[in-house]
Design a protein around this ligand. Sequence first.
Ligand code: ADP
Ligand code: ZN
Ligand code: ZN
Length: 818
Amino acid sequence: MQYFVNVILPIALEKLFTYALTEAEALFLKPGMRVAVPFGKSKIYTGLVHEVHQTPPTVYEAKEIHQILDEKPLVNEIQLKHWQWIADYYMCTIGEVFRSALPSAFLLESETLILKNKNATVDEGDLKDDEFLVYEALLHQSVLKVHEVSAIVDRKNVLPILNRLLDKGIIHLKEEIYEQYKPKLVRYVQLGAAYREEAQLEELLNSLTRAPKQSQVVLSLFQLQATTKKQIKVADLEEASGGSKAVIKSLIEKGILEEYHIQTDRVNYDGSDDESVFKNLNEHQQAALKDIVQNFDNKKVTLLHGVTSSGKTEVYVQLIDECLRSGKQALYLLPEIALTTQLISRLQEYFGEKISVYHSKYTVQERVEVWNNIVAKKHKAQLVIGARSSLFLPFSELGFIIVDEEHEGSFKQFDPAPRYHARDAAIVLGNLHGANIVLGSATPSVETYKNAQLGKYGYANITRRFGDVLMPEIELVDIKEEARKRRMKGHFSERLLEEITAALDLGEQIILFQNRRGYAPILECTTCGHSPQCPNCDVSLTYHQYKKQLRCHYCSHHMALPESCQVCGSPTLDTKGFGTEQVEKEIEALFPAAKVWRMDLDTTRGKHGYEKIITAFEQQEMDILVGTQMLTKGLDFRNVGLVGIMNADSLLNFPDYRAHERCFQLLTQVSGRAGRTKKRGKVIVQTYNPYHQILKQVSTNDYKGMFKEQLYEREQYKYPPANKIIKITFKHKEYNRLNEASEWFAQALRNALGGNVLGPEYPPVARIRNQYLKHVIVKIDHGTSLHRIKFGIRRIEKSFNAVALYRSVRVIYNVDHI
Ligand code: ADP
Ligand code: ZN
Ligand code: ZN
């Protein structure tokens, strides 16, 4: 009898690979266990067992597996089903899902591997182009092989680049990563065996009279043991005794103290885990909770639509509690940026050590621990709070999923594959588990609200803020008019300045929002009109005053600020548009006594940069915070009296079918940071178009009006949710080849699918890092089989790849592109 195993490999292969097994291996292996397998001439990959069977492959001879890596499955059957759904729906391979689902420490491979140094703080501006490419790839991929680096930078000899990155401390090299995960051991101490009786201890202390430091350490240990029943960590003893490491070490060497180790997790949340701290819901929260539970009885995904600060989190808390009591696991999904210590500590008060957190700022080691704890169904992993990748964790009995801020675009993975939408993938996962699902938002996405209207989703609503605080008062200020009357100081209208002065007088904090970082997006010569462009991308360079540089926000390119125009030589360089840096500078000059901070990508690069600013703001160490959309996400500040939107127009003018919806969401969310306690907050929106429909809807809090109008437009132009769309991106560094290839593909699509094919067209930034881009959009009418369309596209891709000239053009699918 022959035995075989089908294995998922962590690469973009269409088919599973088959390997040969011995009978003993075949009896031992179960789906979801890892095996090391040979691949190609010399590679070894970590594969995942999909099934064990007895049918030999027909077109190749099955090789034997190398090694079995697990004793028990690391991945369960529900996960495998979920991954398959993701691969089918989002048009990628299950291998690609596998690769991004597992913490990289689980994916050992032979060959020299290049890993990102997680501790490095990287200033992208200091990297050369090729260095940046490697660095960027490591942000997506966590491990690269030498030949992959070659492909990325498009040259054979990559050692110089790797050496430079090593010098800068940005990467590590490894021969293999069999042992990438090391359990963390904590050092403990106790008295040596010979001194545990009282008489012996006294003798010891007497003998130490001439060594006061040592005797102090021994006494402290004695005291700690008497007062806490727990075991004593070396670190705690150090602190309690004031003794140095050296003193403790010498006591250990003498056998007076004994050292031992216990394996612990790197991250532990302890907390009260105390029911009495639960807040009593008010009537509106209770009504919403009741509606949600009723919908659960009917097996429905439910939208919780609650205005900002209505207390949605407290409703979730009740539902989580219910789920945990039933002995099941709960998952709380958030956009990465909303995962703040603020929220975590709030939940910790309720659920104590049952919480695990999982997101991209975690190290590989920390992620492995969370994964293992969930496999082992440990107590501490009952509630997982995480960003989109936590969907891939090995839950075995998920009872409840919350997708908070469900409207957030960042739930959609953009690059690399799988390009999944975490909200939608969460619903599929929830259904596989039979779990209850809540989508929460103050500004639901048009598709979710439509689903609720159709009765496909249940609906629960909270229209009042907690404590009956009024919604902030939103005032639109016409800056065209203000400029005409010469009432602008820099980018500030008189109205905004009045309100800032008033808020500062009252000791309230202020948020100023501008959705652009840097000082000015464009530097322009007033003589000849030239503005410096990035040589690698088709965009103007952004002026960063602080560094006196021009920088490209799409690639690493930067240059010193020129003193005169590079084209005509005149010194008449002026800025156009403005970013957060300029707002900060102006406000500092206008209110020299106020403490001003800035929060954007430039000020939050380090691991804790973002947290630090939020904490400082919370503790009122500053008066004014200037920032980009980082400011919007679910933060609960107590003392913000005023929010100023510096320029709403830049949000309205995006060339994107979703721009107006996004603008509504963003402005409503930022405004929602104002006046969350007692006093009504104030919002000033500066704009050139005060009569714009969307701004009116924001100012009157008219979600339904926005929804109706947007839905109508989407239906007119066949965009989601009226139609489904698949965006196909073509990428190549030769302009002509890209044009020809994308045209060929689009024509083939039109032949097969008829009129619902748009493009190929250049996106607004048509070249990034020297690669030209073109998009084709396929719109799929309601009622047409998505499956059939995808199949058709795949078939066209096969013929496309058969044309030698086109083969090097990258084709990227983005299903439900947003
Ligand atoms: P949302 O998530 O809807 O924006 P939050 O859940 O952050 O709102 O609630 C806003 C504020 O009101 C928080 O500070 C929260 O602690 C408080 N809050 C909400 N519900 C209650 C309640 N039932 N009892 C006491 N305080 C509450
Ligand atoms: Zn010029
Ligand atoms: Zn560039």
